[in-house]
Design a protein around this ligand. Structure first.
Ligand code: F6P
Length: 347
């Protein structure tokens, strides 16, 4: 049995831990052979591979990124140009000529959406959920999220002390395209004075009122904003309008926009700090290493059991299998009651 492995979409801490667990478990329990595909769906689309065996995964558990590389290549957007074959057909042909019996796709909503199309086209696929955004509804947590939250929390802790020294408002922009989980968790853990998320469009006057209230007692304020947060008056997040292959705009800029408005309206000096890809880099936390390892072990067990067209998922403390279609259909957003809990501490 030969199993292909790929990592697609934005990278996140814990990808290497999954790859290691897949290879080690498959080799030990079933004597499987492995083949790595480079750069997400580009690998199987172009037949670009990398050797993958137990030796290749030694020492990678604590390393961030992915030894396989990643990309946002979208085979569904590939026209049937080359010899009249669609992206899905080209992948199927390449898997067949490489002797790949099953494919493990590690990715978020977009990568797993393609995996589901391949499954419907008859390929043996198992998915592993990954995203720092933690916005896949079929799993309680994705690995990478805990690391991103801890990095953002540490940044907030540091920003508190410099904000207090200079009596400034500091706005921290964190990742989170459509779901505000990173902002919510990092903001609560870091004692932010205001948390702004995409699910709860903000009123800039209310934000300024919270900032001013904070200045009355502490002479400084910390605002944490998801990159996808936007004012009530507009449905649009701040972006530069460039699209990726899955049609997502490149977000960013809400932190500076908030700093400008807060300074103009309150007269308090305000600065923005954008954490950006720092949240996705470096070594995973213990929680993410354990979750990623368990996902890898169970992904191979799903292959062994012939549970194709499924994704491994965390439910409570158990790892279960859910249909890929279910895994990619609904985005998990922050419910209003969770935001209301955080709001108690605003101002
Ligand atoms: O999907 C995860 C994510 O980190 C989002 O939070 C963010 O909007 C996006 O990726 C950034 O993507 P890129 O690395 O392509 O700029």
């Amino acid at each position: 049995m030969r199993v292909g492995v790929l990592t697609g979409g934005g990278d996140c801490p814990g990808l290497n831990a999954v790859i290691r667990a897949v290879v080690r478990t498959g080799a030990a329990e079933a004597g499987y052979e492995f083949i790595g595909f480079r750069d997400g769906w580009r690998g199987p689309l172009e037949g670009d591979t990398i050797p993958l065996d137990v030796q290749a995964v030694r020492g990678i558990l604590p390393r961030g990124g992915t030894i396989l590389g990643s990309s946002r290549t979208n085979p569904l957007a590939e026209s049937a140009a080359e010899g009249g074959r669609s992206g899905i057909e080209r992948i199927k042909d390449n898997l067949a000529s490489l002797g790949v019996d099953a494919l493990i796709a590690i990715g978020g909503e977009d990568t797993l959406g393609v995996a589901n199309h391949l499954h419907e086209a008859g390929t043996h696929v198992v998915g592993v959920p990954k995203t720092i955004d933690n916005d896949l509804s079929a799993t309680d947590y994705t690995f990478g999220f805990d690391t991103a939250v801890n990095i953002a929390m540490e940044a907030i802790d540091r920003l508190h002390t410099t904000a207090e020294s200079h009596h400034r408002a500091l706005i921290v922009e964190v990742m989170g395209r459509s779901a505000g989980w990173i902002a919510l968790h990092a903001g609560v853990a870091g004692g932010a004075n205001v948390i702004l998320i995409p699910e709860q469009p903000f009123d800039i006057e209310q934000v300024c009122a919270w900032v001013e209230h904070r200045f009355q007692t502490k002479y400084a304020a910390i605002v944490v904003a998801s990159e996808g947060a936007h004012p009530k008056a507009s449905d649009e997040s701040t972006s530069d309008q460039r699209l990726d292959a899955f049609g997502h705009v490149r977000l960013g800029g809400v932190g500076q926009m908030l700093a400008d408005e807060i300074e103009r309206r309150t007269g308090k000096e305000a600065r923005a700090a954008v954490l950006g890809h720092i949240q996705r880099g470096g070594t995973p936390t213990a929680f993410d290493r354990v979750l990623a390892t368990r996902f890898g072990v169970h992904a191979i067990r799903a292959v062994e059991a012939g549970k194709f067209g499924t994704m491994v998922a965390l439910r409570g403390t158990d790892i279960i299998s859910v249909p890929l279609g279910e895994a990619t259909s609904v985005l998990k957003v922050v419910p209003p009651e969770r935001y209301a809990e955080a709001e108690i501490f605003f101002g």
